[in-house]
Ligand binder design. Structure first.
Ligand SMILES: Cc1cc2nc3c(=O)[nH]c(=O)nc-3n(C[C@H](O)[C@H](O)[C@H](O)COP(=O)(O)O)c2cc1C
Length: 200
Protein backbone atom coordinates (compact mmCIF):
# COMPACT_ATOMS: atom_id res chain seq x y z
CA UNK A 1 0.00 0.00 0.00
CA UNK A 2 2.81 2.40 0.91
CA UNK A 3 4.14 2.40 -2.64
CA UNK A 4 0.97 4.33 -3.59
CA UNK A 5 1.46 8.00 -2.72
CA UNK A 6 -1.61 9.77 -1.38
CA UNK A 7 -3.23 12.24 -3.78
CA UNK A 8 -1.81 10.71 -6.95
CA UNK A 9 -4.05 8.83 -9.37
CA UNK A 10 -2.73 5.41 -10.40
CA UNK A 11 -4.05 3.27 -13.23
CA UNK A 12 -4.72 -0.25 -11.99
CA UNK A 13 -6.84 -3.24 -12.96
CA UNK A 14 -9.99 -3.86 -10.99
CA UNK A 15 -11.26 -7.43 -10.85
CA UNK A 16 -14.85 -7.90 -9.70
CA UNK A 17 -17.10 -10.97 -9.67
CA UNK A 18 -17.37 -11.23 -13.46
CA UNK A 19 -15.30 -8.43 -14.96
CA UNK A 20 -11.82 -6.89 -15.33
CA UNK A 21 -11.49 -3.18 -16.07
CA UNK A 22 -8.88 -0.45 -15.63
CA UNK A 23 -9.67 2.22 -13.05
CA UNK A 24 -7.86 5.25 -11.67
CA UNK A 25 -7.41 4.84 -7.90
CA UNK A 26 -6.16 7.19 -5.20
CA UNK A 27 -5.10 6.11 -1.75
CA UNK A 28 -6.57 7.88 1.28
CA UNK A 29 -5.13 6.46 4.49
CA UNK A 30 -5.74 2.73 4.27
CA UNK A 31 -8.40 2.89 1.58
CA UNK A 32 -8.31 2.91 -2.21
CA UNK A 33 -10.91 5.17 -3.77
CA UNK A 34 -12.19 5.10 -7.34
CA UNK A 35 -15.19 6.12 -9.39
CA UNK A 36 -17.01 3.89 -11.81
CA UNK A 37 -19.29 4.91 -14.62
CA UNK A 38 -22.25 2.63 -15.32
CA UNK A 39 -21.13 -0.72 -16.69
CA UNK A 40 -20.37 -4.29 -15.80
CA UNK A 41 -18.00 -3.52 -12.93
CA UNK A 42 -20.41 -1.10 -11.26
CA UNK A 43 -23.20 -3.65 -11.58
CA UNK A 44 -20.98 -6.39 -10.13
CA UNK A 45 -20.06 -4.27 -7.12
CA UNK A 46 -23.66 -3.36 -6.35
CA UNK A 47 -24.59 -7.05 -6.31
CA UNK A 48 -21.40 -8.41 -4.82
CA UNK A 49 -19.18 -5.81 -3.11
CA UNK A 50 -15.77 -7.46 -3.33
CA UNK A 51 -12.81 -6.81 -5.57
CA UNK A 52 -9.10 -7.11 -6.22
CA UNK A 53 -6.91 -4.34 -7.50
CA UNK A 54 -3.88 -5.39 -9.52
CA UNK A 55 -0.74 -3.52 -10.47
CA UNK A 56 0.40 -3.97 -14.06
CA UNK A 57 2.63 -2.08 -16.47
CA UNK A 58 1.17 -4.05 -19.37
CA UNK A 59 -0.45 -1.15 -21.24
CA UNK A 60 -2.03 -3.51 -23.78
CA UNK A 61 -3.75 -5.36 -20.96
CA UNK A 62 -5.10 -2.07 -19.60
CA UNK A 63 -6.36 -1.05 -23.04
CA UNK A 64 -7.84 -4.43 -23.94
CA UNK A 65 -9.77 -4.69 -20.68
CA UNK A 66 -11.09 -1.13 -21.14
CA UNK A 67 -12.39 -2.08 -24.58
CA UNK A 68 -13.70 -5.46 -23.44
CA UNK A 69 -11.39 -7.30 -25.87
CA UNK A 70 -10.34 -10.83 -24.97
CA UNK A 71 -7.29 -11.17 -22.72
CA UNK A 72 -5.27 -14.15 -21.70
CA UNK A 73 -4.99 -14.18 -17.94
CA UNK A 74 -5.13 -16.97 -15.41
CA UNK A 75 -7.29 -16.67 -12.31
CA UNK A 76 -6.93 -18.02 -8.79
CA UNK A 77 -9.09 -17.77 -5.66
CA UNK A 78 -8.54 -14.59 -3.67
CA UNK A 79 -7.18 -15.17 -0.16
CA UNK A 80 -9.60 -13.12 1.92
CA UNK A 81 -12.70 -12.36 -0.17
CA UNK A 82 -15.04 -14.65 -2.11
CA UNK A 83 -13.94 -13.78 -5.66
CA UNK A 84 -11.22 -14.83 -8.09
CA UNK A 85 -8.25 -12.66 -8.93
CA UNK A 86 -5.52 -12.66 -11.58
CA UNK A 87 -2.68 -15.07 -10.93
CA UNK A 88 0.84 -13.66 -10.91
CA UNK A 89 0.06 -9.94 -10.61
CA UNK A 90 0.62 -7.94 -7.40
CA UNK A 91 -2.74 -7.34 -5.74
CA UNK A 92 -4.75 -5.74 -3.00
CA UNK A 93 -8.05 -7.45 -2.29
CA UNK A 94 -10.90 -6.30 -0.15
CA UNK A 95 -14.47 -5.33 0.52
CA UNK A 96 -15.91 -2.40 -1.45
CA UNK A 97 -18.11 0.27 0.07
CA UNK A 98 -20.01 2.35 -2.46
CA UNK A 99 -22.53 5.11 -2.91
CA UNK A 100 -24.41 6.18 -6.04
CA UNK A 101 -24.18 9.71 -7.32
CA UNK A 102 -25.23 11.77 -10.31
CA UNK A 103 -22.58 14.01 -11.85
CA UNK A 104 -22.51 16.48 -14.72
CA UNK A 105 -19.42 17.46 -16.67
CA UNK A 106 -18.37 18.36 -20.23
CA UNK A 107 -19.54 14.95 -21.43
CA UNK A 108 -23.01 15.37 -19.94
CA UNK A 109 -24.94 13.87 -17.04
CA UNK A 110 -23.95 10.46 -15.73
CA UNK A 111 -24.62 8.16 -12.83
CA UNK A 112 -21.50 7.00 -11.08
CA UNK A 113 -20.59 4.71 -8.25
CA UNK A 114 -18.15 6.19 -5.77
CA UNK A 115 -16.22 3.24 -4.40
CA UNK A 116 -13.78 2.65 -1.59
CA UNK A 117 -11.87 -0.61 -1.29
CA UNK A 118 -11.10 -1.61 2.28
CA UNK A 119 -8.09 -3.92 1.99
CA UNK A 120 -8.28 -7.30 3.66
CA UNK A 121 -5.20 -8.89 2.08
CA UNK A 122 -2.21 -7.47 0.23
CA UNK A 123 0.25 -9.24 -2.04
CA UNK A 124 2.63 -6.41 -2.89
CA UNK A 125 6.34 -6.62 -2.37
CA UNK A 126 7.65 -3.31 -0.92
CA UNK A 127 10.19 -3.07 -3.74
CA UNK A 128 7.66 -3.41 -6.57
CA UNK A 129 7.19 -0.51 -8.96
CA UNK A 130 4.06 1.51 -8.22
CA UNK A 131 1.38 1.26 -10.94
CA UNK A 132 1.53 3.66 -13.89
CA UNK A 133 0.09 7.11 -13.31
CA UNK A 134 -1.14 9.39 -16.10
CA UNK A 135 0.37 12.23 -14.08
CA UNK A 136 3.91 11.07 -14.91
CA UNK A 137 3.09 10.77 -18.61
CA UNK A 138 1.98 14.41 -18.67
CA UNK A 139 5.26 15.52 -17.10
CA UNK A 140 7.13 13.51 -19.71
CA UNK A 141 5.04 15.04 -22.50
CA UNK A 142 5.80 18.53 -21.15
CA UNK A 143 9.53 17.84 -21.30
CA UNK A 144 9.32 16.45 -24.84
CA UNK A 145 7.31 19.44 -26.09
CA UNK A 146 9.72 21.84 -24.37
CA UNK A 147 12.75 20.38 -26.12
CA UNK A 148 10.88 20.74 -29.43
CA UNK A 149 9.89 24.30 -28.52
CA UNK A 150 13.59 25.16 -28.13
CA UNK A 151 14.13 23.96 -31.72
CA UNK A 152 11.22 25.94 -33.18
CA UNK A 153 12.01 29.16 -31.31
CA UNK A 154 15.64 28.93 -32.42
CA UNK A 155 14.49 28.71 -36.04
CA UNK A 156 11.97 31.56 -35.45
CA UNK A 157 9.02 29.35 -36.40
CA UNK A 158 6.33 31.36 -34.61
CA UNK A 159 3.30 29.25 -35.60
CA UNK A 160 4.82 25.94 -34.50
CA UNK A 161 6.21 27.53 -31.31
CA UNK A 162 2.76 28.71 -30.29
CA UNK A 163 1.27 25.28 -30.95
CA UNK A 164 3.95 23.60 -28.82
CA UNK A 165 3.49 26.15 -26.05
CA UNK A 166 -0.26 25.37 -26.02
CA UNK A 167 0.50 21.65 -25.78
CA UNK A 168 2.84 22.25 -22.83
CA UNK A 169 0.21 24.38 -21.12
CA UNK A 170 -2.49 21.74 -21.66
CA UNK A 171 -0.25 18.96 -20.28
CA UNK A 172 0.60 21.19 -17.30
CA UNK A 173 -3.09 21.82 -16.64
CA UNK A 174 -3.85 18.08 -16.68
CA UNK A 175 -0.74 17.35 -14.59
CA UNK A 176 -1.97 19.65 -11.85
CA UNK A 177 -5.55 18.43 -12.14
CA UNK A 178 -4.46 14.83 -11.61
CA UNK A 179 -2.50 15.68 -8.47
CA UNK A 180 1.03 16.19 -9.88
CA UNK A 181 3.21 18.25 -7.53
CA UNK A 182 6.80 18.08 -8.82
CA UNK A 183 8.53 21.44 -9.02
CA UNK A 184 9.87 20.27 -12.39
CA UNK A 185 6.45 21.04 -13.89
CA UNK A 186 6.70 24.68 -12.73
CA UNK A 187 10.25 24.87 -14.08
CA UNK A 188 9.21 23.56 -17.49
CA UNK A 189 6.31 26.05 -17.64
CA UNK A 190 8.76 28.84 -16.76
CA UNK A 191 11.29 27.72 -19.39
CA UNK A 192 8.52 27.49 -22.01
CA UNK A 193 7.22 30.99 -21.27
CA UNK A 194 10.76 32.39 -21.39
CA UNK A 195 11.56 30.60 -24.65
CA UNK A 196 8.44 31.99 -26.30
CA UNK A 197 9.04 35.49 -24.98
CA UNK A 198 12.70 35.86 -25.90
CA UNK A 199 13.17 33.85 -29.03
CA UNK A 200 10.41 34.01 -31.68
C1 LIG B 1 -6.27 3.70 -18.20
C2 LIG B 1 -7.78 3.68 -18.06
C3 LIG B 1 -8.36 4.09 -16.88
C4 LIG B 1 -9.75 4.08 -16.71
N1 LIG B 1 -10.29 4.48 -15.53
C5 LIG B 1 -11.63 4.42 -15.36
C6 LIG B 1 -12.22 4.80 -14.10
O1 LIG B 1 -11.54 5.20 -13.15
N2 LIG B 1 -13.58 4.71 -13.99
C7 LIG B 1 -14.37 4.26 -15.02
O2 LIG B 1 -15.59 4.20 -14.84
N3 LIG B 1 -13.84 3.91 -16.21
C8 LIG B 1 -12.50 3.98 -16.40
N4 LIG B 1 -11.96 3.63 -17.60
C9 LIG B 1 -12.87 3.23 -18.68
C10 LIG B 1 -13.39 1.82 -18.45
O3 LIG B 1 -12.39 0.87 -18.58
C11 LIG B 1 -14.50 1.53 -19.44
O4 LIG B 1 -15.52 2.45 -19.22
C12 LIG B 1 -15.01 0.15 -19.26
O5 LIG B 1 -15.65 -0.20 -20.43
C13 LIG B 1 -15.92 -0.01 -18.06
O6 LIG B 1 -17.02 -0.74 -18.37
P1 LIG B 1 -17.30 -2.17 -17.76
O7 LIG B 1 -17.31 -2.03 -16.26
O8 LIG B 1 -18.64 -2.50 -18.33
O9 LIG B 1 -16.21 -3.11 -18.22
C14 LIG B 1 -10.57 3.65 -17.78
C15 LIG B 1 -9.98 3.26 -18.97
C16 LIG B 1 -8.61 3.26 -19.12
C17 LIG B 1 -8.01 2.82 -20.43
Amino acid sequence: MEILKEGKIYEVLLVTKSNITPVGVTRKNKRLNFKLFEGKSARDIKEYPYGAIHITWDVELLVKTALNLPVEVEFEDAKSVPIRKIKGLPSIEGRIKFSEKEIEDKLGKARILECSLIPTYEDIHPLFLPPPSRVDFYLLEMAIHLTRLYVTTRSLNVGESQKLYSKIWESYRLYKKLGGNSELAEKIMGFATAALRWNP
